[in-house]
Structures are given as C-alpha cells and as structure tokens.
Design a protein around this ligand. Structure first.
Ligand SMILES: Nc1nc2c(ncn2[C@@H]2O[C@H](COP(=O)(O)OP(=O)(O)OP(=O)(O)O)[C@@H](O)[C@H]2O)c(=O)[nH]1
Length: 389
C-alpha cells in the first residue's frame, strides 16, 4: 500500500518523520511520497529524517514562520492561501503509483487542525485515490480550546476524507509520565500500526510466501464510507521453534504434530483477540464497527492460516457488520509476531461525544467572555467625553 503521506503541523510532521525513519531502518523498499507542512519554521527544522526538499513552510506572509498559535481558523486560512504551493509540490512528486493519501495531524492545535481539512478537500476533489486522515485528539488536560479546535477540525475533515483514523492522546498517555513525555512513545505506537498497514499488497521478501494475501484494494474497501476508524495492535515474541520430538510411532508423531499446529493457530487467534480488545487507537465499542481488517506479520513459521481464519470468524461475531478481511505478511526482519486490527466506521466513540460537549462549552464561554468584556469596557468609559475623531 503506497501512501502519499503528508504530515501537517508539528505533531503530524513528527509522526511522519518517525515513519520515514522506520521504513528506512527496515529496508522496506516501499516507495512512499512524503511532505511535511508547517507554518512554524523551527518545527520544520527539527525534523531529522524527511529530506529538506520535502518540507514546506506555509503562511509566511501571515505568520512569518512563527506558527498560528493554536488558532485553527488561522491555520485553515494559511493553508488556503498557500494551497497552490502545496498542490504543486504533490503534483511534482507524482501520484501515479500512489494507492492513497494519508494526512497526519494533531487536531487540537492550529496549523494541522485547520490545514488538514483544507488539504483533504482539495485532494478529494482532484484525485481519484482515497484520502485518509490520521487525527490526533488532544488529551482532556490540554483544555477546552484544544477540544474546540479538535471538534471543529473533525467535523470538517469528515466531509472530505474517505476515512478518519483517530488516535486519542488522552487514552494513550503512559502512566507516571506527562503528556509531553508520552509523545515519543505514542508516536512509536502510531507508526507501528501505519507500518503494518503499508505492508498490505506490497511484494514480500524473497523466498517468503504469504498464505493469505491482503491487497491494498482490500484495505481501501475496508476503509470506504467516510467514517471514523480505530486501530488495535498486539505483539508477541516469536519464540524459536522447539525441535519437534515426535516420538517413534507414526501415529504418535502425527498426533503431536497436530497438537503443535493447533497450538500455533490458537496463539494467532488469541493475538488477534488481544489486538481487538486491548488498547485501541481511540477507545470505542467494537460492536459498533461496520467492517474489520486483520493483518498478521511475523516470521513465516509462526504464521498460521487456521489461526487467522479462527480470528476472522470471531471478529465477524463481534462487529456490527459482516465484512472482515484478513491476511498475513511473512517477514524475517523481526523477532515478533504482530497483529493489527482495523475497526472501520465505528459509531460508538465516547471520547468524540465528550469532545463535542467540551467544545460547545468552550464556544459558549468564549462568546460570554467577549460579551462581558465589551460591556465592562464600555462601563469604564461611561462619562460624557467625546473621542478625538
Ligand atoms: N501524539 C502526539 N501528539 C502531539 C505531539 N505534538 C503535539 N501533539 C498534540 O497535538 C496538538 C497540538 O498540535 P500541534 O501539531 O503541536 O500544533 P500545530 O498543528 O503545529 O499548530 P500550531 O502550533 O498551533 O501552529 C495537541 O493536542 C498536542 O497534544 C506529538 O509528538 N505526538
């Protein structure tokens, strides 16, 4: 699955930077196109792995390289003003072998939160390829302004994207660590999921045979519909296969072998269950998902078709719809077996409801404060003095 991946704003660019590094380290050989876009010059300079030619500073006339200061209306304006520059950069890099666009942004800030929906709108109008967004939700302790930004951005994004994959910073904060301290680890978790998703439909390593191949078109079919998705992930170490000591008699050997195979398939099925029921990118009710996709990656001797089929049947029972796609990706470049579960088009997401409530409160407080400020300022000058002009 080849992405044209765009990191918008600080959070989005940092996550993309890590994704680029990860792909290089693994020698994945999948050619993604990437762009980091920001209105803050220093944030762009801080990136380490994205080529300088793939970094775009926007809004120089309006904010002079200093960012939009958590004002996502200004973020949208800045993106709109420089949309030609962004679209030309995308066009120059080419889109003919791209399977989907992926815009990554923190929804609580200004540049990414305001700019991502503007870009999504243009891309969806101009290109046939699906447009996905990875939206990072602010943690509750970041305050109501962040909630208002995220709620506004989400509702606009949903008008233009083919799917919005949410990540909840609040749910992912690591115990004992501050939110800022947790960022690096949260970003790693996001990148792990994106990396596996990117493996779908790509040529596997030489000499490896995937038993159940998931093509990029199956990912696209899972995500279609323009809803919100949550992604689960679980890993287990791929223990070296114990030398099979299968006794003397032929009968005994086949029984032990069967139980060994059974064990392997149970492990895969339970790994997938852990991914679906464990920490999701945004906590949601699995029973409200319309579709699901399972991808299992790991050393080939640890993958198991029966296990994946079992997991698939189990997921069919769990979700609201009936469409569950599943496949594997054998690789020797890891000591782990990893399972990714996409819960597509989920509708029961308490955090989204809560964010909207906070956003409405924030909007009302802003409006009230403005009204009071105007009244009080007028009261300050209620003596009968004429202005100069
Ligand atoms: N997961 C994660 N979230 C981040 C990171 N950096 C910032 N955030 C979150 O993203 C939101 C702020 O978005 P940013 O990307 O920093 O802001 P921006 O788009 O650059 O916009 P301005 O700074 O206002 O110009 C907040 O909710 C932060 O919690 C990061 O590295 N990882």
């Amino acid at each position: 699955m080849r992405f044209f991946a765009i990191g918008f704003g600080q959070a989005g660019s940092k996550i993309l930077d890590l994704f680029v590094d990860n792909e290089k380290q693994r020698g994945a050989g999948i050619k993604h196109n990437v762009l980091a876009i920001n209105s803050a010059r220093t944030d762009l300079l801080g990136l380490r792995h994205i080529d300088h030619k793939d970094r775009i500073l926007i809004g120089q006339t309006l904010v002079k390289g200093h960012g939009v200061g958590t004002d996502n209306k200004l973020g949208a304006k800045v993106a709109q003003e420089d949309i030609e520059t962004i679209l030309s950069a995308i066009d120059e890099r080419g889109t003919h072998d791209v399977d989907a666009f992926l815009i990554i942004a923190g929804l609580g800030g200004g540049t990414g939160s305001g700019g991502a929906p503007v870009l999504a709108r243009y891309l969806s109008e101009m290109y046939a390829e699906p447009v996905y967004a990875v939206g990072i939700l602010p943690a509750p302790e970041e305050g109501k302004l962040y909630s208002l930004n995220a709620a506004r951005s989400m509702i606009t994004l949903l008008k233009y994207v083919d799917n919005l994959i949410l990540v909840d910073n609040g749910a992912w904060k690591f115990e004992g660590a501050s939110l800022k301290e947790s960022f690096a680890r949260i970003n790693e978790e996001i990148v792990r999921r994106l990396t596996i998703l990117a493996r779908a439909g790509e040529p596997i390593e030489e000499g490896m045979v995937g038993e159940m191949v998931v093509d990029s078109s199956e990912v696209i079919n899972t995500f279609k519909g323009g809803g919100i998705s949550s992604i689960g992930y679980a890993t287990t170490t791929a223990e070296p296969e114990k030398k099979k000591k299968f006794g003397f008699s032929l009968f005994k050997k086949s029984r032990e072998e069967a139980s060994f195979e059974e064990d392997k398939s149970m492990k895969i099925a339970s790994l997938v269950r852990r991914a679906a029921l464990g920490r999701l990118s945004v906590p949601c009710n699995i029973r409200s998902a319309e579709r699901a996709l399972v991808l299992v990656a790991g050393p080939p001797e640890h993958l198991d078709r029966k296990g994946i089929e079992k997991a698939k049947l189990w997921l069919e029972d769990q979700i609201a719809g009936v469409e569950v796609r599943a496949g594997d990706y054998p690789t020797r470049k890891t000591k782990y077996v990893a399972a990714l579960v996409v819960l597509a088009n989920v509708t029961d997401i308490p955090r989204v409801k809560q964010l909207q409530k906070l956003a409405v409160e924030a909007r009302e407080e802003v409006e009230d404060a403005e009204k009071i400020r105007l009244e009080k300022t007028l009261e300050l000058f209620d003596e009968d003095i004429d202005p100069l002009f």
